[in-house]
Design a protein around this ligand. Structure first.
Ligand SMILES: Cc1cc2nc3c(=O)[nH]c(=O)nc-3n(C[C@H](O)[C@H](O)[C@H](O)COP(=O)(O)OP(=O)(O)OC[C@H]3O[C@@H](n4cnc5c(N)ncnc54)[C@H](O)[C@@H]3O)c2cc1C
Length: 411
């Protein structure tokens, strides 16, 4: 049977609705914000409007107030949302909250769902994720923060965290800490739900990064915080998923987050490429439009092919997810590809805009410095490539060919 690339009508219709939503509502609202409008008012109005139209928490099941979209329809929707800073926020599907909502849905107790998940799903609260420490990042098992049980009802946490995105705007933190140093390496860690603000979870600073700080950066993203954890008391009922499960849940949580970044990258890269083509269609040098020069057309072609590959990768992964197939290898390959793709396309758009691209008169410079982080977050490029390389070698040893680790099961 041939592979069917026909997108189901309902998913196509949903994509159109969301595309229109982003163009007609999010982009104008983004402009109002940049012109000095009040963030809470603008986002509040936008969210109320989105929710009234049923555009809310795309992948969350309907019984929990979401749209109940499957992996394919969700991927199509997410690929539209990255076009505006307010796209994902307007539909309450922004990171880092979204992946954590899934973790809570799958692992939370009834109490935890009622107390922590419901306000997140209602858009009343935000949550951050504190795993990385100065002592450990790519290899999270090097984490030093300790959680020790005091009696039966409380854990006490001590240590530090850094690069906890959105911590300064969050009402809840999901904190990972070592509960049992004697357990096997991946079972030493547990995850705790911490209500904020909390004197034991002290935000020392929002770390200055290479990301350009505009009027929107802090209110939208909340920065990346360095945190001191000192005698932080957490009720035992806030332990999520049981002792020793922190690492497994963390990896599962990051699996969706990795793809969501990639999906948003497609929309951003598409917008950057459109901006580049619009610019070269008007700009002449040496008596000729830039768009008529073959060298420039080659640059556009390179971006077009990378965007095409990116879309195919995401569709293939969504297909595998729909069928419940193992997609871990593809996920790792796509995570790296999509981060580098958006980097390449935005860089090309800057190049073709000349000095204007380097200026802050277009959003390109802010995108460029912002997306550089994507080759580091959720596992740096090299760590994913390490796994992909090992998978290819393993496949060769088992079958005499690396094909199954390179999408060869499609052929
Ligand atoms: C903008 C941003 C937002 C973030 N948000 C969060 C968040 O919300 N919550 C959170 O917990 N963390 C967050 N992080 C942290 C992020 O997950 C870590 O930065 C990442 O895991 C890498 O860890 P590290 O920085 O300690 O680098 P290291 O672990 O020190 O690695 C440094 C470099 O060494 C190389 N390397 C590492 N291991 C290998 C290997 N096995 N083989 C080959 N090369 C290797 C890679 O090039 C890597 O970039 C964020 C980071 C950034 C930049």
């Amino acid at each position: 049977m041939a592979i069917d690339f026909e997108i189901p009508e309902d998913a196509k219709a949903m994509r159109e609705r969301v595309r229109k939503w982003v163009h007609d509502e999010c982009r104008p609202a983004e402009k109002k914000l940049l012109d000095g409008g009040d963030y809470k008012t603008i986002l509040g109005e936008l969210r109320a409007k989105a929710r009234a139209q049923g555009l809310w928490c795309p992948f969350i099941p309907k019984e929990w107030g979401g749209m109940g979209l499957g992996p394919l329809a969700n991927a199509l929707v997410q690929m539209e949302l990255g076009e505006s800073y307010l796209g994902a926020l307007s539909m309450n599907t922004q990171g880092p909250d979204d992946a954590t909502m899934l973790t809570l849905l799958q692992n939370g107790t009834d109490y935890q769902k009622e107390k922590f998940l419901k306000p997140l799903l209602n858009g009343e609260k935000r949550i951050c994720y504190s795993m990385t420490e100065k002592a450990s990042g790519a290899d999270a098992t090097g984490m030093q923060t300790r959680a020790e049980k005091k009696g039966n009802s409380t854990y006490v946490l001590n240590g530090e965290k850094w690069f906890s995105s959105a911590a300064s705007v969050a009402d809840i933190a999901l904190v990972m800490a070592k509960t049992n140093p004697d357990a096997p390496r991946h079972q030493q860690f547990s995850t705790f739900l911490v209500e904020l603000p909390n004197p034991g979870y002290k935000i020392k600073r929002n770390i200055k990064t290479m990301g350009i700080e505009g009027p929107l950066s802090h209110i939208l993203g909340g920065g990346h915080a360095e945190i001191e954890i000192a005698d932080l008391e957490v009720p035992a009922e806030n332990l999520l998923g049981g002792e020793g499960q922190g690492f497994n849940m963390g990896q599962h949580r990051l699996a969706y987050g990795r793809l969501r970044h990639g999906m948003h990258n497609v929309a951003m890269a598409q917008r950057a490429l459109d901006m580049a083509v619009e610019h070269i269609s008007k700009r002449s040098t040496f008596g000729k439009l830039l768009s008529e020069r073959q060298g420039v057309q080659f640059m556009i072609a390179e971006c077009a092919s990378q965007l095409y590959i990116a879309r195919l990768m995401l569709m293939h992964i969504a297909y595998k997810a729909e069928k419940g197939l193992d997609l871990r290898n593809e996920n790792g390959i796509a995570k790296v590809y999509l981060a580098n793709m958006v980097h390449k396309v935005v860089d090309t758009a800057i190049q073709l805009h000349g000095a204007l691209g380097y200026s802050q008169d277009t959003p390109l410079a802010a995108w460029y410095t912002h997306i550089r982080s994507q080759r580091l977050v959720d596992g740096p490029d090299e760590v994913h490539k390490w796994t992909t390389g090992r998978n290819a070698i393993k496949a060769f040893k088992a079958t005499g060919t690396t094909a199954s680790a390179c999408g060869g099961d499609l052929l």
